[in-house]
Design a binder for this molecule. Structure first.
Ligand SMILES: C[S@@+](CC[C@H](N)C(=O)[O-])C[C@H]1O[C@@H](n2cnc3c(N)ncnc32)[C@H](O)[C@@H]1O
Length: 296
């Protein structure tokens, strides 16, 4: 993709929490997202319909220049409805933003030994982490390099609970980062599904680049099969809607890790799954929460 677009579409959005805007821009395929605005605003989400407390904070997403600005703005408004989102699109010159951004994209460690490392870099030797587990991944059009807290929370969980010998389902795979991590950490069989065809292409490419194509299989959500562990890093409202589907995809006694929800949305998500799951743990970062559950 690098160098192929004559220009980039930059879209600045405000009117919702920066965390939510960032997630929606990334889900729409932003190759880079930056947050700007008043640093002392409360970065919290309000209930739909309430006045936002963070009107000055703006989040800017960078998209390939062939994206239709009106279609993209409409998709963002739809995703964040009923909030009133202000979107300011602008076409900007090709200054090889992706390459510039990639130079700042460095190897990242999650937990004790799991690393996500761009192809152009090397993981530093670390005496505390001799058994390093490395996934090679470059930022691309699909969400998920580990830079977002929701992904980081899942990667840290995988590092602490390696799914060795288990079948894993990554529901909403994006770049496939969680599927690749699960396979690298010993899962025998990993299925990665998404509603976005671009994500399936990205996951396949990333699996091949990591020589994991035999163990990481991609497919549409309709092809998802039950697993011992299901990982789903999606926003709160789809997670709530998907509760019956995801419950049917976790083997009895199997695990479910849900991420992509804001702290104040955790109770509602948990309630949607309570009939089938015991919630056994979780973690939080920058206002985002991961919930861990075991199927009855
Ligand atoms: C926040 S990204 C997570 C990507 C990656 N798993 C990670 O942890 O970084 C959410 C992904 O879920 C997908 N998604 C959104 N709604 C979905 C749904 N209802 N069913 C399946 N996938 C969905 C999006 O296309 C996107 O790739």
């Amino acid at each position: 993709m690098i160098g192929s677009a004559p220009a980039w579409l930059q879209i600045e959005a405000s009117g919702a929490s920066p965390a939510l805007l960032e997630a929606v821009l990334e889900a729409e395929g932003a190759v880079a997202v930056t947050v700007s605005g008043s640093g002392d605003e409360m970065l919290v989400e309000t209930a739909p319909g309430q006045s936002p407390a963070w009107t000055q904070a703006a989040v800017t997403g960078l998209f390939p220049g062939d994206r239709d600005p009106a279609e993209l703005a409409a998709a963002l408004r739809d995703a964040l409805a009923p909030r009133s989102i202000d979107c300011r699109p602008a076409l900007i010159e090709d200054r090889d933003w992706v390459r510039a951004w990639m130079q700042d994209y460095r190897p990242m460690r999650f937990g004790r030994r799991l690393w996500v490392c761009p192809h152009h870099a090397e993981v530093e030797a670390d005496p505390d982490s001799v058994d390093q587990v490395v996934i090679r991944l470059d930022p691309g059009l699909a969400f998920g390099t580990g830079t977002h807290p929701t992904t980081a929370l899942c990667l840290e969980w995988l590092d602490a609970h390696p799914p060795a010998g288990r079948r894993v389902l990554d529901y909403g795979c994006g770049s496939g980062v969680l599927a690749l991590a699960a396979a690298r950490l010993g899962a025998t069989d990993v299925q990665a599904v998404d509603i976005d065809p671009q994500s399936l292409v990205a996951t396949r490419d990333n699996a091949r680049a990591n020589q994991l194509e035999q163990r990481v299989k991609t497919g549409p959500v309709e092809a998802a099969e039950p697993a011992d562990l299901v990982l789903a890093n999606i926003l709160a409202s789809p997670l709530i809607e998907l509760a019956p589907t995801l419950a049917s995809l976790v083997h009895s006694g199997g695990g479910l890790s849900l991420s992509g929800l804001l702290a104040e949305q955790a109770d509602a998500v948990q309630a949607a799954y309570a009939a089938d799951f015991d919630f056994v743990g979780g973690a939080a970062r920058d206002g985002w929460v991961r919930l861990d559950a075991v199927r009855h």
